[in-house]
Design a protein around this ligand. Structure first.
Ligand code: ADP
Length: 449
């Protein structure tokens, strides 16, 4: 840009001056040619006389030659060329019958030359040559050149300073981002990139921070899960060890006590396998390993679970009833639906008091299929409601364990339902007891033609 700024205006100005000079000089020459017209032959005398009447202001030199190029008239007093041949290019061209003009701009001056033939009855009898040496316009041009150079220097310096400042700000921000990335890579998940502004780097910083937030949350959840899982597995293992040690170390242990201990060992082993099964199911859900879904009508699955749970409910003296609407079809697998209904109904029966009642209802609501499992048990404390779907979260640990719970049932329900685009929520009923509501997107059955 600066190069263009320094050359283009100068070239244009130069060109303009050339044009102006050509017009001026050529008209001066033609005035002189006119004053010589009418002469049949050019001689030193008649040319001097004719030229004395013309105005030669501003011209540095005027030459008039005869047809052979010999100088008849020269305005230069010292070193006058009168009598000698002046074969300048312009004069030669004029003697050949053409008007000639040339102009150069060098060393702070415009040098312009113009010439025209002098004719008498269609014969070339001589040539007029004018030369102008102009420093005035050249000074103006030099002045313009200097101004442009100064301007370019100022603009150049400004651009340099500005790019230095900008690149410094940019590298500073990138440096902050790099430090943050390194810190987080080393495991400092709480480190945040403190980048202000609204530019792209600040936005990358913002995105990086939200990514780190998620990483931190995931890492915290992972650590808690690992510690909870090991704790859950440790308890039955410790019990098994204690019981087997007791059998081994008690001398003369009777058959009845041994049987009792071994039964307990079996129960703890069963608990271990329940926990590992649930953990495996959750891992599969986490990894997104799902069986391909199909259209599942929930009613037959619900009836199957109800038949199974009725026996458990009767044993506990709990009244289990259900109502169901037609055509509740969702996109999932039968096993998933079975698992969800089973886990919720099992909890409802498990946490109901003897003589309590559990109702299951299945219906369509607009574009959703809604399954509600409600009981009239103790309900869930309001403070625990938001955490009830977390892994291993239990309101009453002892009661859950005693009832054979793993603390993973609701997590499995929530993850399974969400994977198929549904939702689940827990609430307390106004008359006491809890209600769990599951919503799946309804799969409309297309009627055949
Ligand atoms: P668990 O194996 O302990 O039942 P869940 O994930 O199924 O694990 O349930 C988590 C906790 O939620 C339970 O320990 C219990 O405290 C509470 N809970 C679940 N269902 C009910 C219910 N119907 N009534 C009262 N509390 C419930």
């Amino acid at each position: 840009m600066l190069l263009l700024l320094n050359t283009y205006p100068l070239l244009v100005s130069e060109d303009l001056v050339f044009h102006a000079k050509a017009t001026n000089l050529q008209s001066s020459v033609s005035v002189m040619v006119n004053s010589l017209s009418g002469l049949a032959r050019l001689t030193e005398e008649n040319v001097s006389d004719a030229m004395a009447l013309t105005e030669e202001a501003g011209l540095s030199r005027v030459l008039v030659t005869d047809g052979s190029g010999r100088v008849l008239y020269d305005t230069r007093e010292t070193d006058s060329a009168v009598g000698s041949l002046a074969l300048y290019t312009e004069i030669v061209r004029a003697l050949l019958g053409y008007d000639a003009f040339s102009c150069t701009y060098q060393r702070g001056a415009f040098r312009s030359r113009a010439s025209s033939p002098v004719m008498y009855q269609s014969q070339i009898i001589g040539a007029v040559y004018a030369y102008e040496y102009d420093t005035q316009q050249a000074e103006l041009l030099t002045g313009l050149q200097e101004t442009l150079l100064r301007l370019s220097a100022v603009v150049g310096a400004l651009v340099l300073v500005l790019s230095l400042v900008l690149s410094k700000a940019l590298t500073h921000k990138i440096g902050l981002l790099l430090t943050a990335i390194r810190e987080v890579r080393e495991g400092a998940y709480s480190h945040r990139a403190d980048i202000r502004g609204r530019d792209e780097i600040a936005q990358i910083g913002y995105e990086f921070n939200s990514l780190t937030d998620r990483l931190q949350t995931t890492e915290t959840a992972r650590r808690r899960f690992v510690s909870d899982a090991s704790h859950e597995l440790k308890t039955p293992l410790a019990a098994i060890r204690l019981l087997s040690d007791s059998i081994l170390q008690t001398e003369n242990i009777d058959r009845e006590t041994t049987k009792e201990f071994v039964t307990d060992i079996g129960r703890e082993a069963e608990r271990l396998s329940r926990i590992t099964e649930d953990l495996l199911r959750l891992t599969r859900l986490d990894n997104g390993v799902l069986d391909p879904p199909a259209a599942v009508d929930i009613l037959p699955v619900l009836e199957q679970v109800m038949r199974m749970m009725n026996l458990v409910a009767q044993e506990k003296g709990v009244d289990l009833t259900y109502t169901a609407g037609e055509d509740c079809v969702v996109l999932a697998t039968k096993d998933e639906i079975h698992q969800v209904i089973y886990n919720l109904t099992d909890n409802a029966v498990k946490y109901s008091a003897i003589g309590g009642s559990v109702q299951v209802s299945l219906d369509r609501e607009g574009s959703q299929v809604v399954l509600a499992v409600s009981d009239n048990g103790a309900g869930i404390p309001e403070a625990d409601l938001p955490r009830i779907f977390e892994r291993f979260y239990r309101v009453d640990k002892a009661r859950s364990r005693a009832a054979g719970g793993t603390g993973l049932g609701l997590s499995i329900v929530s993850d399974t339902v969400k994977r198929r685009g549904g939702s689940v929520e827990a609430a307390n009923r106004s008359g006491g007891g809890a209600v769990f509501t599951v919503r799946w997107p309804l799969l409309e059955r297309r009627e055949g033609p």
